[in-house]
Design a protein around this ligand. Sequence first.
Ligand code: S3P
Length: 452
Amino acid sequence: MSQSGPAKPASARTSSALSGAVRIPGDKSVSHRALMLGGLASGETRISGLLEGDDIMATAAAMRAMGAGIRKSGEEWVVYGVGNGCLLEPEDTLDFGNAGTGVRLVMGLAGVYDMRTRFTGDASLLRRPMGRVLEPLRLMGVQVEAAEGDRLPLSLHGPRAANPVTYTLPVASAQVKSAVLLAGLNTPGVTTVVEPVATRDHTENMLRAFGAQIEIETDSSVARRIAIEGQRDLAGQTVTVPGDPSSAAFPIVAALITHGSDVTIENVMMNPARTGLITTLLEMGAVIDVTNERNEGGEDVADLRVRSSDLKGVVVPSDRAPSMIDEYPVLAVAASFAEGETVMEGIEELRVKESDRLAAMADGLEVNGVDCSAGHDWLKVRGHPGGKGLGAMTEEAVVETHLDHRIAMSFLVFGLAAEHGSRIDDASMIATSFPGFIDLMTGLGAGMEVSP
Ligand code: S3P
């Protein structure tokens, strides 16, 4: 999986009104966790709505390599878990392709076992920092052999009995929090994670649903203190994966910026730890009706009716970053068509995503004629309502996506409202999180295509 195939250049052209109703694929965060906990718990787990993207299939392969049975049966995925504490030593290196969440969470899950587990990934993943997960694992007694700078490829070997730690997160990261909690599952005693800033809570919710002994406290000084008691039984469950709000973000912004659009996106997860983009777009003047609100499989979901809107620039405060961390690239696209300036603050974490997203956004906006400036942890975009003069179809104006699915989708959405459309160098990695993206968008009337 770490051998990437040939690049597939793609383009988007100025489009007339988008319309229709669509369902977007299942949530990536929940899908990873469902396969991991299903693969670990005793008995059968049935998952509906699983995201069938490359990132998730890499997690499925890793869990199979450690003993889980995973197969598709009709529309459902059925997982036979090994039982907590009973993962097997994988024979081969676990290859996570492009998936930072998959590799970091499985490092926690398997790293504390008294066995050798080797991890690798694609060119993007090899560049990403793993020290943030390795640091707590080392404290728990895990031996690490890693490439320079705590990067992949690396191998982990856990102690005979891991050390239960109390670990305060130095960065607001659900991946690091989750890695430590999953490591705690195979650690005697109580492992505690202190989270100064709240991040997505899917791991805690799902651990509880699978029967883990987990306690969550909040006080005035920290957002959450999460304690998990290790070496307890977990039992297989039925999991319903809701639609991914981070994928819904693309048709939402496309409808907002494409004149005359009226689009409904069904079954979108509305967990408050994930809805920062909706909050921001509403502040910008977006017309988004949240309808049919309900709870499915333990998560709030809703349908979103989105109509094209006259947006205005806003300041997005840094404390909103955790609830929209993956949505800044597409927010920058919305900001490109808004009146006035949009300022995004406290976003240095974007520099260590699938690409340096802050740089990739600024470069892509610039080649498409958008007036923007960037610092170490901020981005300012000055919008051009109507998209006059924006975009380009020339060779010089092809956006470099750096193996980053969200950069690729963002700049395809950009082209729908830009006077001259847009081009990207590669759309192949979109399948990591949003298989069928171009077909779904063209079904709504978007002029997007992969170059022949
Ligand atoms: C994720 C957490 C976030 C997010 C990623 C998915 C998760 O990463 O960017 O796409 O599923 O836990 P960080 O934990 O690095 O912020």
